[in-house]
Design a binder for this molecule. Sequence first.
Ligand code: TYC
Length: 127
Amino acid sequence: MVTKSITAENWHVRMGAPENGGSDGDGQRHGDVMLAEPKTQTKRPAMYKVILLNDDYTPMDFVVMVLEQIFRKPHSDALNVMLEVHQKGAGLAGVYTRDVAETKVDQVIEYARINDYPLQCTLEQDT
Ligand code: TYC
């Protein structure tokens, strides 16, 4: 088909109406907009697990608070994760993109440090 440029006169003809829908080979019509084909394939970002580690000194309540405040967990989930870490040595606090996961790790370690607790956590690439 002949693709006209968008001008004041043909704007309504070219855009939007269902009878003008469908692909023209170069791009696809989606409702009101003409989309170009992507030049590069998009990929989902790599995801990282933030793993909380057990120690003998950090109080359980403090770990629960960390899981609630930094990892936005409801109280009962925070309690379960804390107990899992306490019993098994490590546990999953959350899964995030790399930047967010690194920030969470830094926040946990800093929050523990200023309270004189040795709480540690690490990153692990997810799948
Ligand atoms: N083991 C700690 C205690 O008995 C509690 C604890 C749980 C510490 C989880 C760290 O990541 C942790 N007080």
